[in-house]
Design a protein around this ligand. Structure first.
Ligand code: EPU
Length: 417
């Protein structure tokens, strides 16, 4: 089990460069199977989920080369094979092979995807979408067998603007006859990133980034090139670290349009920063104010920054409220935050009260999920003394080169297997 050890309470200065977005990259890689030949995806983050996606691509006989954070994918010999459970459960994003292989071969067989344990996370909206395009979905125990003689473009309405379902139906719709319209689509930047890649391969897509997306099915998709957007969640996490410990900490690769709600909340709690182009400079803020945050779909406050932001609120003067509306189980980090000296109380199923400011102290903690792990990592950087974070593999699933990046700006951090 991987353990991160941090000696906290050191100011951090220097530069941190944000990597490519996990949640874009993990969709762009499966999307590459749609190309009849070669694709290149630039700015791939160095995270564990990518390693497992590459294993699945290789299982399907794609040739993969990884050089200077670019992934060169040759899918000209692609074969349709069942994806074994030991690979699909390694991450949530394995579900994108459902849409991609269905479009390409009219058949997919794989197990229910994995991912962080932050709620039930059903995939009923994906399944309903595939069925509306004409696919038959059989679920035998944990195995999904999705088949279609022919996919036909339809107007599909999502009961909830799911990120995964929007991308999966976009992928499947590339293989459908006619036009598919997704109403109440998710608007997250990941959707735009994937749509741009598909457009580059020759698919006609309109409206990605809005509530209504139109996709025209296309016979053969050409070579594709794209660049993974900078990771808004990684970026937000380092901005929080800067607000707590920065000494002119510079963060490069900021896309402020992807972080509006988060940046507004930072201003509300009194954090000052300076943005020039894609570079943000931030120093430790004294006298943070409490606030209320409510997670929402994009462009609302992102659920993936809720747990890191909670750690910031442990340092604010007074009572804050955090309302989580996307997942049922995203307060697990608070158990260990409290053991480090925070005072947080779950006041109802989806509401948390955070009382600050509290001096945090180092202790042994366990990362239960990716962003919960990030929340503890931030707490460990702030805390007096030494914190050991067990099960840190979950943090490496989403934060590219996190040890090197923090060490470079002066953090006392090490990792042991
Ligand atoms: N939902 C359903 N049915 C579905 C799909 C979703 O009920 O068919 C529910 C989920 O259970 C959840 C909510 O809708 O309560 C949102 O789910 P969504 O489908 O939008 O999320 P996702 O595709 O499973 C992606 C990211 C998550 C991120 C969310 C929201 C990937 C691989 N994961 O998940 O990332 O929280 O979108 O932005 O892209 C993370 O990075 O830590 C992370 C969890």
């Amino acid at each position: 089990m991987t353990k991160i050890t941090i000696e906290g309470n050191n100011l951090l200065s220097g530069e941190i460069k944000i990597s490519g977005a996990k949640n874009s990259a993990v969709a762009l890689i499966p999307a590459a199977v749609l190309s009849k030949e070669k694709s290149v995806i630039y700015n791939i983050p160095e995270i564990r989920d990518i390693e497992y996606l590459i294993k699945i691509m290789e299982l399907l006989d794609c040739k993969i080369e990884y050089k200077n954070n670019a992934l060169y994918i040759d899918s000209s010999n692609l074969k349709n094979k069942a994806i074994p459970e030991e690979l699909s459960v390694q991450m949530r994003a394995s579900y994108y092979f459902m849409g991609a292989l269905l479009a390409k071969f009219g058949r997919v067989e794989m197990s229910f995807p994995g991912g962080c344990n932050i709620g039930a996370r059903p995939i009923d909206i994906h399944v309903k979408g595939f069925q509306q395009l004409g696919a038959k979905v059989e679920i035998i125990k944990n195995r999904y067998i999705i088949t279609a003689d022919k996919l036909i473009g339809k107007k599909i309405y999502f009961d909830f603007p799911s990120v995964g379902a929007t991308i999966n139906i976009m992928l499947a719709a590339t293989g459908a006859e006619g036009t598919t319209i997704i109403e109440n689509a998710a608007m997250e930047p990941e959707i735009v990133n994937v749509a741009s890649f598909l457009i580059n391969m020759g698919v006609k897509i309109r409206g990605a980034g809005t509530k209504k997306i139109e996709i025209e099915g296309t016979k053969e998709l050409n070579n594709g090139v794209c660049e993974v957007f900078s990771d808004r969640i990684e970026c937000g996490t380092y901005i929080i670290i800067g607000a707590l410990l920065g000494k002119n900490l510079t963060i490069k690769g900021v896309i402020k349009e992807h972080l509006e709600a988060f940046l507004m909340k930072l201003k509300e709690v009194g954090v000052k920063y300076c943005i020039k182009g894609d570079t943000l400079t931030i120093s430790k803020t004294e006298n943070l104010k409490p606030t209320y945050i409510k997670t929402l779909v994009f462009p609302g406050f992102p659920t993936d920054l809720q747990q890191p932001f909670t750690t910031l609120l442990t340092q604010a003067n007074g009572k804050s409220i955090v309302e989580e509306t996307i997942y049922e189980n995203r307060f697990k980090n608070t158990y260990d935050l409290n053991r480090m000296g925070a005072i947080t109380n779950i006041i109802s199923l989806n509401k948390l009260e955070v009382n600050g400011p509290r001096k945090l102290h180092g202790t042994n903690v366990i990362a239960t999920d990716l962003r919960g792990g990030a929340s503890l990592l931030i707490a460990a950087l702030v805390a007096e003394g030494i914190t050991e974070i067990d099960n840190s593999d979950v943090i490496l699933r989403g934060y590219s080169e996190v040890i090197r990046k923090l060490e470079n700006v002066g953090a006392k951090i090490k990792i042991t297997e």
